[in-house]
Design a protein around this ligand. Structure first.
Ligand code: NAD
Ligand code: UGA
Length: 481
């Protein structure tokens, strides 16, 4: 490599074949046909699914991803479990492994568990050859790049006849894609952020993005600004949702309407209309984890008031799930034990099969705790995933035609066929905004439901008139009377 020019990257390895690694690398491969991209993972099943499954059965469901995979798989995008070999061959290694909240030890319940990031940094130290640009793609606490650098520097191997001298540049390139819109977010990002202290390494990555992203959108910062911008971007987005959900509750008691209020607020250019949809509370693998991480960081630096401010965003989110569960029970005559409730949607948002931290989990658990029997439908989430999330086995024999007298918790059953699932149910609860739920013919299904029957619309998905004209009671979030 010419020391004064950025390295022309020919081979990329991405560690982590998940919701970030898969789509991100597919889009790089698609836009940069001259670069060989390999995604590696310790999860053999996941790698095999990426490698061999038909494009409509990829390990993650993401609109438009299949067509890209079809174009690039085995051309310049490869999947492998041979992590060491793939690192050895790469000029640039992306670290896109998970960084979940710690569940034990110091910072348990708040700090990020960086053990997976540490273990792949050690793998890079062990296997890389010559100069390697290490790109921190995972979302991490501020100053994590320092940890990666320490691991790499402490394990530098000396040059010998078979190995060129190892050198590293560590840069931060956080990912801003949202699930369900990942491909359009990646192909047309608002910005690409690259943080680092090595101008040439930053330029090498900027060159890759400039294949399809306008240079003016590629922002360069120092490492710590880049890491902090990612955490705080998520915190800002989540804060907007908690804010609008708090306003929804005010609407419900004052006679205001959240759709109208949200529109009025959002039309102010300084505020903007995005991320002002009230709902059952935010879910997903990142918002809660990243805010907890931010709270931990603030507490670590003694910023108690700031920590408390961000903590309140999570508290409001928990409250939204709790209050929705409570008002379902209250409206169903104060008792849901042994009643049948049809849950529509289990994914944390539409157009994904991801259920991590989905509000549907906590709301379903609250209803089961009150003794309700749940029929659960989601077009992309399977029954196995729901059992894992609820930590309760499915009762496949559960039927509204049988009389139950639940003395303890309720039971749940997976619903495959939506049209057959309304029979004798007392309520329908919409928890994910899947388009297909808009097509339900309420005049038809009302005949099957047990009266008085309710529809609870936590996503403002339905037209109230369609429900009430069908003789059903309707509650929607933020709809004051
Ligand atoms: P994921 O769980 O879907 O994927 C992570 C993958 O890393 C898993 O397949 C796991 O097996 C693999 N892995 C873990 N340790 C490994 C190791 N030592 N060697 C090889 N593979 C290993 O996670 P994700 O949703 O893709 O998130 C990854 C990171 O990106 C997180 O830090 C997250 O906060 C961040 N992020 C996620 C999103 C999103 O929408 N999911 C968006 C932006 C940023
Ligand atoms: C979010 C961010 O939007 C991404 O920029 C970020 O890269 C990503 O987290 C991450 O770091 O993981 P994601 O969680 O995939 O993306 O999806 P969002 O569209 O942000 O939705 C998150 C949750 O908020 C969902 O439960 C969604 O239903 C809810 N939401 C979103 C609302 O309740 N109201 C809204 O107006 C918007």
């Amino acid at each position: 490599m010419n020391k004064l020019e950025p390295m022309k990257v020919k081979k990329i390895t991405c560690i982590g074949a998940g919701y970030v690694g898969g789509p991100t690398m597919a889009v790089i491969a698609d836009n940069c046909p001259e670069i060989i991209v390999t995604i590696v993972d310790i999860d053999e099943n996941r790698i095999n699914a990426w490698k061999y499954n038909p494009i409509n059965e990829l390990p993650i469901y993401e609109p438009k991803l299949g067509e890209i995979i079809e174009r690039v798989r085995n051309k310049n995008l490869f999947f492998s479990t041979d992590i060491s070999e793939s690192i050895a061959n790469a000029d640039m290694v992306f670290l896109a492994v998970n960084t979940p909240t710690k569940t034990k030890g110091i910072g348990s319940g708040q700090a990020s568990d960086l053990s997976m990031l540490e273990s792949c940094s050690r793998e890079v130290a062990k296997c890389s050859r010559g100069h390697t640009i290490v790109v921190e793609k995972s979302t991490v606490p501020v100053r994590t790049a320092e940890v990666i650098k320490k691991i790499l520097d402490a394990n530098l191997k000396k040059e010998d006849s078979s190995n060129p001298q190892q050198t590293f540049s560590v840069i931060s390139n956080p990912e801003f894609l949202a699930e369900g819109t990942a491909i359009s977010d990646l192909n047309n990002p608002d910005r690409v952020l690259i943080g680092g202290d090595n101008e040439l390494a930053i330029e090498s990555l900027a060159d890759i993005y400039s294949h399809w992203v306008d240079r003016s959108k590629i922002i360069k910062t120092n490492l710590w600004s880049s890491e902090l911008s990612k955490l705080t971007s998520n915190a800002f987005l989540a804060q907007r949702i908690s804010s609008i959900n708090s306003v929804a509750e005010i609407c419900e008691v004052t006679g205001a309407n959240i759709k109208e209020v949200s529109k009025a607020i959002g039309l102010d250019n300084r505020i903007g209309k995005k991320f002002l949809n009230s709902g059952p509370g935010f879910g997903g693998s990142c918002f809660q984890k990243d805010i907890l991480n931010l709270v931990y960081l603030c507490e670590y630096f003694g910023l108690t008031r700031v920590a408390r401010y961000w903590q309140s965003v999570i508290e409001l989110n928990d409250w939204q799930q709790e209050r929705i569960s409570k008002l379902i029970t209250e409206n169903l005559l104060g008792n849901i034990s042994s009643k049948f409730i049809l849950i529509l949607g289990f994914a944390f948002k539409a157009n994904t099969n991801d259920t991590r931290e989905s509000s549907a989990i906590q709301i379903s658990l609250n209803l089961l705790e009150e003794g309700a029997n749940l029929l659960i439908h989601d077009p992309q989430v399977n029954s196995k995933q729901i059992s894992l999330d609820l930590r309760i086995e499915e009762t496949t024999s559960l039927s509204p035609d049988t009389n139950y007298n639940n003395k303890d918790k309720g039971k749940w059953k997976y619903v495959n066929n939506l049209s057959n699932s309304f029979s004798q149910v007392d309520a329908v609860v919409i928890l994910t905004e899947w388009e297909e739920y808009k097509l339900i013919d309420w005049k038809k299904v009302t005949k099957k439901m047990r009266k008085p029957a309710w529809v609870f619309d936590t996503r403002l998905l339905l037209e109230e008139k369609n429900i009430t004209d069908a003789g059903l009671n309707y509650w929607s979030v933020g709809n004051g009377r």
